[in-house]
Design a protein around this ligand. Structure first.
Ligand SMILES: N[C@@H](CCC(=O)N[C@@H](CS)C(=O)NCC(=O)O)C(=O)O
Length: 263
């Protein structure tokens, strides 16, 4: 993957606890190194905000711990606690899109300066949250995880979600042939939200190079030092892929797939 190839050694040796604070307590990032987690580690790096990674091992069920559910009632990471929230008081935020917008409002960065710029950033951010992320997640599930779970391939589901990711890559490609970034000429939280979902193009069954505009954008965003640092944040936490043929991976699949309401 391009991102791995271009990774700086500095970023690769990054510890889970980031930058020293200037007296202020760091933001706590409840995190696991996945595309949804990277959105926030990238934004924190881009903004130069001090943060501390709190590993939420979703493969062992840490997302169901009561303390984490207080932050993220949907038992999904990422989540944050900002000790210096509105009014100087702590605030917790869950849902990656809400976290990105919160951090953008807090810092005044990567969200445009005018209402038109913010509307454009929101359009592509919500497009990622409601489209690219869920569809790529399902494509990944049926291409890799379902066969590992059931020893069967379900061609209809694989085609359905692989085609949908293909369509969505095409939508981004068109936009990025005419615009430097998703929201226009400025790099925003929308780019940060989408990058991690383009990174696994190959495992999503996509030929990234055939999408010229998207490929150009992906390389440019991958080259940003903060993207590399965010991508490598807590990389050492995850030691196994969920699709692998190992005891740990099989346990993780049981925890992650087939969840029902807990009353
Ligand atoms: N819409 C959520 C999705 C987050 C999400 O799906 N996180 C996954 C990892 S990428 C997770 O925490 N899964 C735990 C589980 O399925 O129990 C967001 O964007 O924050």
């Amino acid at each position: 993957m391009a991102a791995k190839k271009t990774a700086s050694k500095k970023a690769a040796s990054k510890k889970t606890t980031s930058k020293k604070t200037s007296g202020k307590k760091p933001i706590e990032l409840y995190y696991w190194p996945t595309p949804n987690g990277w959105k926030i580690s990238i934004m924190l790096e881009e903004c130069g905000l001090p943060y501390k990674v709190k590993g939420v091992n979703i493969g062992t069920g840490a997302q169901f711990k009561p303390a984490f559910l207080k932050i993220s009632p949907n038992n999904r990471m990422p989540g944050i606690i900002d000790p210096s929230g509105p009014g100087g008081k702590p605030i917790s935020v869950f849902e990656s899109g809400a976290i990105l917008q919160y951090l953008a409002r807090k810092t005044g960065k990567f969200y445009g300066k005018t209402e038109r710029e913010r509307v454009a950033a929101d359009e592509w951010l919500f497009w990622q949250m409601g489209g690219l992320g869920p569809m790529a997640g399902q494509a990944n599930h049926f291409r890799l995880y379902a066969p590992a779970m059931t020893k069967k391939k379900i061609p209809y589901a694989i085609d359905r979600y692989t085609n949908e990711v293909n369509r969505l890559f095409g939508v981004m490609d068109k936009r990025l042939k005419k615009n430097k970034y998703l929201a226009g000429d400025k790099y925003t939280i929308a780019d940060m939200a989408c990058w991690g979902w383009v990174l696994p193009a190959e495992r999503l069954g996509q030929d990234l190079k055939s999408f010229k505009g998207l490929h150009r954008w992906f390389k440019e965003v991958s080259d940003r030092p903060a993207v590399q640092a965010g991508f490598h944040a807590g990389a050492e936490l995850r030691t196994t892929g969920i699709e692998q043929n190992s005891k740990d991976a099989a346990k993780a699949r049981k925890i992650l797939f087939g969840q029902k309401a807990k009353k």
